[in-house]
Design a protein around this ligand. Structure first.
Ligand SMILES: *[C@@H]1O[C@H](CO)[C@@H](O)[C@H](O)[C@H]1NC(C)=O
Ligand SMILES: *[C@@H]1O[C@H](CO)[C@@H](O)[C@H](O)[C@H]1NC(C)=O
Ligand SMILES: *[C@@H]1O[C@H](CO)[C@@H](O)[C@H](O)[C@H]1NC(C)=O
Ligand SMILES: *[C@@H]1O[C@H](CO)[C@@H](O)[C@H](O)[C@H]1NC(C)=O
Length: 869
């Protein structure tokens, strides 16, 4: 074995960078690290984006930081760190920040603004001047309450760092007390090329889940929709929670509570639904085609005991039938023929059309049914009553709060504010339908959300609580969720009581629950402010909605309250702005939150600066963010990955389920490994004391071997061409044939080393290594006095000749009756068991199918041992 000729002890990472950087076709501004970290506790998601950029040139440069966040989220923190000094953004009342804003705008600066991009995202950008050969760290935090839609929650994470980043990663942690019923990772970023970069695990308690996404620099260029500028797309984490308690789920901490109510044990309520469809001239072409397509599908989905009506309008209002008719096969067929013949013409008389719809619903009341009015329009009222406030007043008066009114605005010619106010005043919501090839799917998707009413007139009551968010809801639909948060004012309560009164199909129903305050308070100390922030978030959101429909003093009071909370919790809302003071220039930049009503930026609209400087927008890439959500092939999830696991100690805190058949624990001479597969991972035991072949790819001249001892690996060696990396539990030494670099575990500051085709990052107890087409993260686990290493493969060559126990990634199986699995046409005995998932620092216990070593790896132990590391 060759010895290192020079030894560098761990230098500050600055020095190492400077030494090693020039070997790359170096960028003047190098984003050398980009991390996104999302923590979701009880549906409340706090996401932190950290970007580290180095100015590699001999003169100062302007460095841009530009990210996209979900529209629903509030930015709550922004920080820049330059040469050890931090500059924090400060949230101020909008008017107060207005002057700085106007000044920036008049200078033609677009920086620091939040603008809308696409359907679900808005953009935050800022820039700062960084001195020669200096660095800057940007850190942005945003928060949102995930909303349940069509039976699931969705956490959308957009990644577009603007260049390939060697040290790129997304870490997601989800903690849901009632348990997670399913977890899927989708989105454009999880394309074929990148699917192996996603690793997820669900603890056997099902209360916790982790998702990691660590694509290599090479993968970031090659993936679908990505290019020279690296990643560009979304990762969508979709999940739902278990609902064993029909009374809902209660969480509390630090004097705040949240109640999630989404019962499933009820029958659908028959509905009376009237669709009011705009056929004015502006709907001409694709819009009217798509509307017809969507309506045909929606009519086909009506339940037999639903009643429905169709109104089409331009300057004239026509009805299909004067009254509501039952959705019998015959009626639906006739209605479809009617829809097929809808053609665009004339002007837009919204007032008369909606009044007609309300009249139809009111004239045929049905006991035990839920009425819904849906308007689809793409324009302003242009004939009949054209004053929007008069229309709003008319409609509010005739509906009288009796049923919800939903407004769908098609495209950007509509006055969305008008529709939104009208919907919110009548217990509904307004939704924008984007003019695009999937507009029909957007319409259908919206309809699906309200297609199954389960309860009406829902009232939620809490004793000993105050400052409650909205507690009465006109209707509750299948697949959605009612959320109420508040402050617990009575500290002496031993039990906390929830009561929900509602009307189900023909009967009054009450859901009552009494939960011991001790049971309810069960959050980790680092998460204890989540419920309070959730409460503040929801309160502000609802006040901003309510404010739209209010007038005079009430409006002022709602605004004031929303503003005070926004300032207190440092949320960037439409009422506040974040002011960032830049270091050298002593100049400020401001971040605003745009309103949904705003038109998306267009290149040629550079004169619209007064509202929102759009000059910046020429750079934005407008694209579709949500079409892919529903059409993704989720079977891709089943790509198995090989991971290593160990069996947990018998008395770990995991609440293993009784259905787990007792399996003989592995002898102390075994270590349990795991291959992830669907529906459950496969696990097997490997005897300790051997030197194992972990990964071998002759074509790229890469190999990795490890010495397996009682807990995990004690020593791992990697060989790549002439390079070598030896990892032990104390330190790691990289040797490139001439020089060596040493990495010592547990350093507070991250350190790094990069050269052609290879990089090593050390972040505390995580050593992240890329060599050619392989990326492996090594964790140093410390558990109950044991210290050992665990490798996690995030990318490996797509090559059939990969050898080694971590190279088996194509395992698929079928579950057969009688605890048997069919693996590669062979039936094998399997037993339900569990293992510890050491791919994640938290090392959760997970469930798995235990099979013999030979069955899992399709080979004998001797095929996987080596004589020398
Ligand atoms: C993510 O952020 C949370 C909260 O700041 C922190 O506790 C956690 O360690 C971070 N996770 C990672 C992988 O950086
Ligand atoms: C950096 O700039 C200084 C001052 O302009 C100059 O003297 C020096 O040669 C430059 N160094 C390099 C490497 O360009
Ligand atoms: C509600 O949705 C769930 C899941 O999508 C479905 O299984 C259930 O049957 C629905 N309930 C009703 C009453 O339609
Ligand atoms: C439900 O309760 C309301 C008010 O308490 C009452 O007026 C109504 O008759 C009840 N309906 C049924 C079906 O019991």
């Amino acid at each position: 074995m060759e010895r290192a000729t020079i030894r560098l002890t761990l230098l500050s990472f600055l020095l190492i960078c400077v030494i090693s950087a020039p070997t790359k076709k170096s960028r003047d501004l190098d984003i050398y690290s980009f991390h996104i970290n999302s923590t979701v506790i009880s549906r409340y998601a706090i996401t932190i984006i950290t970007s580290r950029v180095a100015n590699r040139v001999n003169e100062s440069r302007e460095v841009h930081f530009q990210v996209k966040i979900p529209k629903n989220a509030f930015i709550s923190k922004f920080r820049m760190t330059i040469e050890g000094k931090t500059y924090d953004g400060v949230v101020k009342q909008k008017e107060e920040a207005q002057q700085q804003y106007s000044e920036a705008v008049s200078r033609g600066e677009s920086a620091g603004l939040v603008g809308s991009v696409g359907r679900t995202l808005e953009e935050f950008k800022t820039s700062v001047t960084v001195a020669a050969l200096s660095k800057v760290t940007f850190e942005l935090t945003y928060e949102e309450l995930l909303k349940r839609r069509l039976g699931k929650y969705e956490l959308q994470i957009n990644a577009q760092p603007m260049q390939p980043v060697a040290d790129f990663k997304i870490d997601v942690y989800i903690n849901e007390h009632p348990g997670i019923s399913f977890l899927e990772v989708n989105g454009g970023l999880k394309s074929q090329e990148l699917s192996s970069a996603v690793i997820s695990t669900l603890a056997s308690s099902t209360k916790e889940a982790w998702v990691n996404f660590y694509p290599t620099r090479e993968q970031q260029i090659k993936c679908e929709g990505c290019g020279e500028n690296g990643l560009n797309g979304d990762l969508l984490i979709e999940y739902d929670v278990k609902r064993s308690n029909q009374n809902g789920e209660l969480q509390a901490s630090n004097g705040y509570f949240v109640h999630y109510f989404a019962p499933t044990d009820i029958q659908q309520i028959p509905k009376n639904v009237v669709f009011i469809i705009d056929r004015s001239g502006s709907m001409h072409g694709r819009k009217i085609d798509q509307t017809r397509t969507a309506m045909l599908k929606i009519l086909g989905d009506l339940a037999e005991d639903d009643y429905f009506g169709l109104i089409i309008f331009d300057s004239e209002v026509d009805v299909w039938k004067a009254e509501l008719l039952q959705a019998t096969e015959r009626n639906v067929k006739q209605a479809k023929n009617f829809v097929k013949n809808i053609n665009d013409r004339g002007a837009t008389d919204i007032n008369a059309a909606v009044l007609k719809g309300v009249d139809m619903i009111k004239r045929y009341p049905r006991e035990g049914s839920a009425s819904i009015l849906i308007l689809l329009t793409d324009g302003q009222p242009t004939t009949g009553e054209t004053k929007t406030d008069r229309i709003q007043a008319n409609i509010k008066k005739v509906i009288g709060g009796k049923f919800p009114f939903y407004c769908l605005g098609f495209g950007f010619d509509v006055s969305f504010d008008f529709l939104e106010k009208m919907a919110l005043e009548n217990n509904g919501v307004a939704r924008r339908i984007y003019e695009d090839s999937d507009a029909d799917l957007q319409l259908e998707g919206f309809y699906k959300e309200v297609a199954t009413p389960l309860l009406t007139d829902v009232q939620l009551n809490y004793i000993g609580a105050a400052n409650l968010t909205q507690t009465s809801f006109r209707q509750y639909y299948n697949g959605s969720e009612i959320v109420v948060a508040g402050q617990i004012t009575d500290n002496s309560l031993e039990t906390f009581q929830t009561e929900v009164i509602a009307i189900s199909k023909n009967t009054n129903v009450t859901y009552q629950d009494s939960v011991s305050t001790k049971d309810v308070i069960d959050v980790l100390p680092q998460h204890e402010n989540f419920i309070q922030r959730l409460w503040a978030y929801l309160t502000v959101k609802q006040l901003l909605e309510k404010e739209v429909a209010l007038k005079g003093e009430e409006k002022e009071a709602a605004r004031k309250k929303a503003l005070d909370l926004s300032l207190k919790y440092e949320f960037v809302t439409p009422l506040t702005s974040m002011v960032v003071t830049k270091p050298q220039e002593e100049e400020t930049q401001v971040a605003h939150k745009p309103k949904e009503g705003m038109r998306p930026p267009k290149r040629h609209h550079s004169m619209r600066r007064k509202h929102k400087p759009s000059s910046c927008c020429a750079k934005l890439r407008l694209q579709d963010y949500s079409i892919s959500i529903h059409s993704l092939d989720t079977s891709k999830e089943s790509v198995p990955l090989l991971i290593g696991l160990r069996r947990p100690r018998p008395n770990t805190r995991s609440t293993s389920k009784p259905k787990l058949a007792p399996t003989s624990p592995p002898s102390v001479r075994d270590v349990r490994f795991l291959i992830s597969a669907q529906p459950k991972p496969i696990c097997y035991d490997a005897p300790v004391g051997h030197k194992l072949l972990l990964l071998l790819d002759n074509s790229s001249d890469f190999s990795m071997n490890g010495q397996l001892s009682e807990k995990g690996f004690k020593l791992i060696s990697l060989h790549y061409k002439t390079e070598k990396l030896l990892i032990s539990c104390d330190e790691s030494v990289y040797y490139n044939g001439e020089n060596s670099v040493k990495f010592v575990w547990g350093q507070p500051e991250p350190s790094r080393h990069e050269s052609d085709g290879m990089s090593i990052f050390l972040r505390n107890n995580e050593l992240d290594v890329t060599m050619g087409t392989v990326r492996i993260v090594f964790f140093l686990h410390k558990k109950a006095g044991d210290v050992f290493l665990w490798p996690v493969v995030h990318q490996q060559p797509k090559n059939a000749n990969i050898q080694g126990i971590l190279g088996k990634t194509d395992l698929q199986y079928e579950e057969l009756p009688g605890s048997k699995l069919k693996i590669k046409d062979l039936e094998v005995e399997a037993s339900r068991s569990s293992a510890t998932d050491y791919r994640f620092p938290a090392a959760p216990s997970v469930e798995c199918w235990l099979v013999p070593f030979q069955s899992a790896l399709q080979g004998e132990l001797s095929d996987f041992t080596v004589s020398q590391l």
